[in-house]
Design a protein around this ligand. Structure first.
Ligand code: TXA
Ligand code: MG
Length: 333
């Protein structure tokens, strides 16, 4: 399969603004059934949604995001029963789905013989990534659309994920058919991705469900994809991703002259820095920090500093996902 996008994004029309009510939900589902692109709130980040069963609709996602290549996408379903029609669940996958769905967990499982998710959405793989989101609006749209819905984060390729409708429009206004404004997202980082393909479940991406919670359900430590000589199997997990225009300096103790500052926890005896600064959570709460992460990065980046210096973030709980996104933002491009 040719995995290169050759067409630049096609000219589109006005991006409709939809309200989070019955009418907005019905319109979003109608557009999706027509093969159109609609940005939707989920509990993690906003998703750029399209009919996963239509190769043409999925191609529109890659075009609007200007993705350089066709990464496989997550197919979103309203419930476990609908997900089980698309993929084959082993005992671990079933236990994880029952424990964390609806919620910020994605399971990569072998495709079922009845799988309707298009080859393009799966990038030709024999596995499929499935997620049942808990956001009530996402759930209502999925139910009304009545088919698997592909939805990567609703940002332009290489930019940080969108956690509000305003951030979606910053990147995609005029390139997509509609955005449904459900307010800021609650979790703030993307779903945890676990592969249940053969034997031990593997962690493909840390995210909204902390590792310890997953390990509690499967009853043993999670194997990290790429560890122990295993080939990484999540092609979308580029080292450089989620990148603001500014360079990122991690584990900083304080800003140097000219740097913008992203703090975490109390700002020390000298109080907040004098230059541009934001704090992910003055109280040192990782759940609050995850919810603020992408919005604060965008806000500081708007000021066009050469460097954003970032305080050390603890690595437990949601800290694993936060540190993963920060490392990607800091990776050489
Ligand atoms: O929270 C989320 O997961 C958000 C919301 C919108 O649901 N979605 C999201 O999608 O983050 P996206 O496209 O940005 O990330 C999907 C990831 C990619 O890294 C891709 O490589 C991986 O899932 N993936 C998808 N299908 C896969 C498969 N069959 N095998 C391995 N990795 C897969
Ligand atoms: Mg993304």
């Amino acid at each position: 399969m040719d995995l290169t996008v050759t067409q630049p994004w096609a000219d589109r029309h006005i991006t409709e603004r939809l309200a989070p009510d019955a009418q907005g939900i019905a319109r979003a589902a109608e557009l999706l059934r027509q093969g159109k692109l609609v940005a939707l709130p989920t509990e993690t980040v906003y998703g750029l949604a399209a009919d996963a069963t239509s190769g043409a609709a999925v191609a529109g996602i890659y075009g609007a995001k200007e993705r350089p290549s066709f990464n496989p996408l997550i197919a979103h379903l309203p419930d476990l029963a609908a997900a089980r029609r698309q993929g084959l669940f082993d005992a671990n996958a079933l236990a994880l789905a029952k424990a964390f769905w609806p919620g910020p967990l994605t399971l990569v499982v072998p495709v079922s013989s009845a799988c309707e998710v298009s080859e393009l959405a799966r990038a030709g793989l024999a596995s499929v990534a499935l997620r049942v989101p808990s956001h009530p609006i996402a759930h209502a749209v999925l139910q009304a659309a009545g088919r698997p819905i592909a939805a990567p984060s609703a940002n332009r390729s290489g930019r940080v994920s969108a956690t509000s409708a305003a951030h979606v429009l910053e990147d995609l206004d005029g390139r997509i058919d509609a955005v449904l404004d459900g307010g800021p997202t609650e979790v703030g980082v993307e779903s945890t991705i676990i592969a249940c393909l053969d034997g031990a479940p593997r962690l493909l991406r840390p995210g909204g469900v902390p590792r310890a919670a997953i390990e509690g359900v499967i009853g043993r430590p999670l194997v990290l994809a790429g560890e122990a000589g295993m080939a990484p199997i999540s092609p979308g997990l580029l080292a450089s991703h989620y990148a603001p225009a500014a360079r990122i300096r991690l584990e900083a103790q304080e800003p140097r002259p000219g740097e913008a500052w992203l703090g975490f926890g109390p700002d020390g005896s000298d109080g907040p820095p004098t230059g541009p600064h934001l704090n992910l959570s003055p109280g040192g709460d990782l759940t609050v920090a995850a919810a603020n992460l992408f919005g604060h990065l965008r806000a500081l980046d708007t000021l066009r500093p050469a460097v954003i210096a970032i305080a050390p973030i603890p690595t437990h709980g949601l800290g694993e996902a936060i540190n993963d996104r920060l490392r990607r933002a800091a990776a050489p491009r």
